[in-house]
Design a protein around this ligand. Structure first.
Ligand SMILES: [Zn+2]
Length: 404
């Protein structure tokens, strides 16, 4: 059992001044420092001035297999980026060996990320994720819009899913990703979702990331048209957005991006009890615009903040991601948005991913960051934690000290 007494515990709904935390694998108690000192005496470790304890951060969306990208991919607009992914895919994948992927998981850990959701296209990242220190929700991705190839593609997906299910370690959760409405045939989606429901497996999917996708799904036209005709000999979108969402009606899902959803789709997302993953840096770099968080908040739809992969980001750092979101969403109240962002990468992300962490309260896993600030702590701490460089002194995952 460990007892840490801090200057503040950031929950992030509350800033508890002069509070401490008692934990082993799980959090046992949160109480004022003087009470803990009285009860436990010399067992208490005093962290001192400026110390802030917070939950480890949760990154709901990353692609590790593309971690070799630095300047290979074309930024600015979605279609040129997608074409550059296809042209350079083999080179990027081949140049990301296990060391490259382990570097990416370590980068996340160094930035205080103690749990992540990894979308795996090929299964090449399975070892790196199995060995990672963090909790991992491992999303095996299903892709394939050609009905003639359906069985073969499903077989390949199943093989990867089963391989991930053979990994036996605490904190590793084999899961399912449906690539997107434009790239997966509905028969495959139905089959995968049925399996997910029967086996209580977590599900994620990309949805309405670009205006080109919107145009293709609505009218079978736009930038996607030549792409699908040339590469896949396809003249019609695999699903409309409405049909796609209908398939997920009974399966609460984490939908990534969702920038170009219309009113009806937003309502379907709300009714399906889904979560939206907001990746602001990726969205900006690929020219996709900004998610309307105000609208989501007005409809009480849960959203969380994620980094996406290094194929559309320069770092895997939720502090950076939240800071960019704070500046991109200039029409929202600064303090309220900061607090919501913190909640999004802790409590809300844990709920959406089905993890028993992200909240500083008894019975939750002790996934904790001990940080230190060099300025007076006040009510605007959620803002300052995003603006000032943060020093992470120690990291705990399930009560075990990983760093510091
Ligand atoms: Zn993605």
């Amino acid at each position: 059992m460990q007892i840490l007494l801090a200057d503040a515990i950031f929950t992030p709904n509350n800033i508890l001044r002069n509070h401490g935390i008692v934990f082993d694998k799980k959090i046992i108690a949160v109480a004022p420092n003087n009470e803990l000192l009285e009860q436990y005496g010399a067992q208490c470790q005093m962290l001192g001035e400026g110390s802030v304890i917070m939950s480890g951060l949760i990154n709901a969306h990353v692609h590790l297999e593309f971690s070799a990208n630095r300047s290979t991919l074309t930024y600015g607009e979605f279609m040129p980026w997608l074409s550059s992914v296809i042209a350079n895919r083999d080179e990027l994948i081949n140049s990301c060996d296990s060391e490259c992927m382990e570097h990416a998981t370590q980068m996340m850990l160094d930035n205080g990320i103690t749990a992540f959701g990894a979308v795996s296209s090929y299964g090449f990242d399975l070892d790196a994720c199995a060995k990672a220190t963090q909790k991992v929700v491992y999303f095996n991705e299903l892709i394939g819009s050609d009905p003639l190839m359906a069985d073969a593609l499903y077989g390949d997906f199943q093989e990867r899913l089963f391989a991930s299910q053979s990994v036996k370690r605490e904190g590793f959760y084999p899961s399912i990703a449906i690539h997107s409405p434009y790239s997966v045939h509905r028969i495959l989606i139905q089959k995968a979702l049925k399996y997910a429901q029967e086996n209580a497996i977590r599900v994620t999917a990309h949805l309405l990331e670009s205006s080109s996708e919107r145009e293709w799904l609505d009218n079978n036209s736009g930038d996607f048209q030549p792409f699908f005709q040339n590469f896949l000999k396809q003249h019609k979108a695999a699903n409309t957005a409405e049909e796609f969402l209908q398939l997920f009606k009974e399966v609460p899902t984490l939908f990534t991006h969702v920038i170009h959803a219309n009113e009806n789709e937003i309502i379907a997302i709300k009714e399906g009890n889904h979560t939206i993953i907001h990746c602001p840096i990726s969205n900006r770099l690929l020219g996709n615009g900004a998610l309307n968080l105000k609208e989501l908040d007005s409809k009480n739809i849960r959203w969380v903040c994620g980094t996406d992969g290094l194929s559309s980001n320069y770092t895997l750092n939720l502090f950076e991601e939240m800071k960019i979101a704070l500046f991109m969403q200039h029409n929202l109240n600064l303090l309220e948005l900061s607090t919501r962002l913190w909640k999004s990468v802790t409590t809300d992300a844990a709920d959406a991913l089905g993890l028993n962490c992200g909240t500083i309260a008894p019975s939750y896993d002790a996934d904790l960051l001990v940080t230190r600030v060099n300025y007076p702590i006040n009510d605007q701490l959620p803002i300052h934690l995003l603006l000032q460089p943060l020093h992470i002194e120690s990291i705990y995952i399930v009560g075990q000290k990983i760093k510091g």
